[in-house]
Design a protein around this ligand. Structure first.
Ligand SMILES: [Zn+2]
Length: 250
């Protein structure tokens, strides 16, 4: 049933809104399910006439399209209420998403300065030595505050762990860098072979005796590195089998 308007002009926004309402409904955030603050009170009142065809259609569209609520045919279904219940269920689930371990879900009572626990705990109940809060009403961090604090503690723990790991990574990077450098240096052995002819030339044709001598000793040193690059070489730990000399001698 449409409301009465004093003039035709006054009814036009209403008519336009009514025509588009099912489409608009799809874009409305469901957190505003109780009260669409974007709408004037006039339209809000219109929408909340759940028993009118208009209101019913609106809430049904919103609930079915946005929330996957089943499109019941019966006119007695209150889709707004269904949606509210669904939202309620979702929020309950969200709030319970973090479980504080028992050994961390305590806080200090402002009245007695002792520990209390948010849930029933036999240690706290059966307290022989009067160690824990036994006030009839505790005064301290709420359950939500304890949950939030626990999340904060966990976050901080992970952040600290990350910081240590980043430092370790940096140190590993440095060690890797060092090894890359060593690898490059070790590879420079191939330059030694190329230096041989120059030293040989110097050894034979050097102008001064001292130079020739130095070149000769450098060449000798170079020869030591020959075995470093060849795969087949004399085994420095070779020990001839006992009796081999005899066998060989026969
Ligand atoms: Zn207390």
């Amino acid at each position: 049933m449409d409301p009465d308007f004093p003039t035709f002009a006054a009814s036009r926004p209403y008519t336009a809104f009514k025509q588009e309402i099912t489409r608009i409904g799809l874009f409305l955030p469901k957190e505003t399910v109780n009260h669409f603050s974007a709408l004037s009170r006039y339209f809000n009142n219109l929408l909340n006439h759940l028993k009118s065809d208009f209101g019913r259609r609106f809430w049904k569209t919103l609930a079915v399209k946005n929330d996957g609520i089943r499109a019941f045919k019966s006119k007695r279904i209150n889709f707004k209420f269904k949606q509210m219940m669904k939202l309620f269920g979702e929020i309950k689930k969200k709030v319970k998403v973090h479980k504080v371990p028992m050994w961390r879900s305590y806080s200090i009572c402002q009245n007695c300065g002792k520990r209390y626990q948010t849930d029933f705990n036999l240690w706290f109940f059966d307290d022989q030595y009067n160690r824990y809060c036994n006030c009839e009403f505790v005064n301290g961090e709420s359950r939500i505050e304890i949950i939030k604090r626990d999340i904060e503690t966990n976050k901080q723990g992970i952040i600290d762990k990350k910081r240590v790991l980043v430092l370790q990574m940096r140190k590993l990077d440095e060690r890797l860098e060092d090894l890359f450098e060593k690898e490059k240096n070790v590879n420079s052995i191939r330059h030694l072979e190329k230096m041989k002819p120059a030293f040989q030339n110097m050894k034979q044709n050097g102008h001064y005796k001292a130079t020739r001598k130095q070149a000769a000793s450098a060449l000798k040193e170079l020869e030591k590195y020959d075995s470093w690059t060849s795969r087949v070489r004399r085994n420095v730990n070779y020990k001839p089998p006992i009796g081999a000399a005899l066998v060989g001698g026969r």
